[in-house]
Design a protein around this ligand. Structure first.
Ligand code: NAD
Length: 389
């Protein structure tokens, strides 16, 4: 554990008044990539500028462009800019509309034009201040502008802190599907200021909790039982439990990405646990009806039951996961759709090859398998799922 840099510097009066909250640092070390730090703590946004002065990729950047959305910018953009200016950076900003629709080629193009207008060079850097939408969009535009300028992630949603800000996937959506265009570009630094989470809606909070639960189940006993013991504290946003859940999730994700940076070795697939059915729920219920996290949680419940039927998953695991999701505020949905419609949507997923749908199945806590499942088996289980509603 380390102390935030500002604690040693601030004027005496400020130091006395301020509660010193230790920050946690996780180092992400991916083969053939420059290692980078993920700092998790209440006040790390305040120290952003100073930290960037210490990182080779950003130390001498003549300008930093902060990209944010119109929900996050009024809340945290000034603090980010003040921190960068205090470290003597020249700062520019772009604020995009909040929401998934912004992750488009059209908005990316506007950002590229703005970058050119600002005369950003290869030695400049972009800070993505926001949730996963801003992170993916800013990461994508930075990694393609002038064949790639440095990107720093400053996630402000729980989902972005535990998942999307780490691992280097960037991208935008096409009308043919989500994330169809993108790059693998690791950030130079991830600045996860837990203080920003205080303004996150309960829907987005539960969404992040769904990803934490997914990670814990795939990771293993230690994370899973720690989370089970602390689920209600996480659901009620206890600061220390939240910071620890983020750190544990980041350690897990960093390890997975280190083994399979470009999702080509079958390791990174585990991150899709719950997503096969989850994506179909989101699509058929209509995007936005259920949060991504609620849909993934439903997908986890389905995959565990499918695992119990075809892969030997113990019923204790199914129950333990059900309890965890309930406690995290992710109850089973009362919604269902016709099995044939669900299967048809699953088959449209970009990860489907040769028309065969694959599921990440939890064999046990900390043990998973990617299984191709026959259509008739899926339909039978979808029918049971629909009947349970
Ligand atoms: P998001 O970025 O849309 O944020 C959710 C909402 O919360 C938005 O309205 C946003 O403005 C608001 N918000 C964010 N931080 C806030 C704060 N501190 N206070 C108040 N409001 C705040 O969505 P998300 O759930 O963060 O991310 C979802 C996106 O992440 C999807 O596009 C998904 O494809 C992507 N994703 C990427 C990866 C990856 O590896 N790159 C992994 C998972 C998800």
């Amino acid at each position: 554990q380390e102390r935030p840099a500002h604690c040693a510097r601030g004027p005496a009066r400020t130091r006395e008044r301020r509660r010193i909250v230790p920050a946690t640092k996780v180092i992400v070390n991916i083969p053939d990539e420059r290692p980078y730090d993920v700092r998790i703590g209440a006040d790390v946004l305040d120290g952003l500028g100073n930290y960037l002065r210490r990182i080779d990729a950003t130390a001498n950047a003549p300008r930093i462009l902060v990209i944010s959305d119109d929900n996050v910018a009024p809340l945290y953009l000034e603090e980010a800019k003040a921190s960068l200016r205090a470290a003597d950076y020249r700062v520019s900003e772009i604020v995009v509309p909040a929401g998934e629709k912004t992750k488009s080629v059209e908005v990316a193009s506007e950002i590229w034009e703005a970058m050119a207008g600002l005369k950003l060079g290869r030695d400049c850097a972009v800070v993505a201040l926001g949730g996963g939408v801003v992170g993916d969009l800013a990461g994508f535009t930075a990694s393609t502008f002038m064949r790639g300028i440095t990107v720093v992630q400053a996630p402000t949603s729980l989902l972005a802190m535990v998942d999307s800000s780490v691992g280097g996937k960037t991208g935008v959506n096409l009308s043919a599907g989500k994330n169809l265009v993108g790059t693998f570009t690791q950030p130079a630094y991830v600045c996860a200021s837990t203080k920003t989470l205080s303004t996150l809606s309960s829907r987005e909070w539960a969404c992040g909790c769904g990803e934490v639960a997914k990670t814990a189940l795939i990771d293993g006993d230690e994370f899973f039982f720690w989370l089970s013991d602390n689920a209600s504290a996480l659901a009620s946003r206890d600061h220390d439990v939240t910071a620890e859940a983020i750190a544990r999730s980041v350690v897990f994700k960093a390890d997975v990405v280190a083994q399979d940076k470009t999702e080509s070795r079958g390791v990174r697939e585990c991150l899709n646990y719950g997503h096969t059915l989850g994506h179909a729920v989101e699509s058929l219920a209509g995007y936005g009806t259920y949060s991504h996290g609620a849909a993934v949680a439903e997908g986890m419940r389905f995959a565990a039951r499918l695992g119990a039927a075809i892969a030997g998953t113990s019923i204790d695991v199914v129950r333990a996961q059900d309890n965890l999701l309930d406690e995290l505020g992710l109850p089973a949905l009362s919604w269902s759709a016709a099995p044939e419609d669900m299967l048809a949507v699953m088959k449209r997923d970009k990860k489907v090859r040769g028309g065969v749908v694959k599921f990440v199945l939890p064999i046990d806590i900390g043990q998973w398998e990617l299984r191709e499942v026959e259509d008739d088996v899926i339909l039978e289980h979808l029918a049971a799922w629909a009947r349970s509603k």
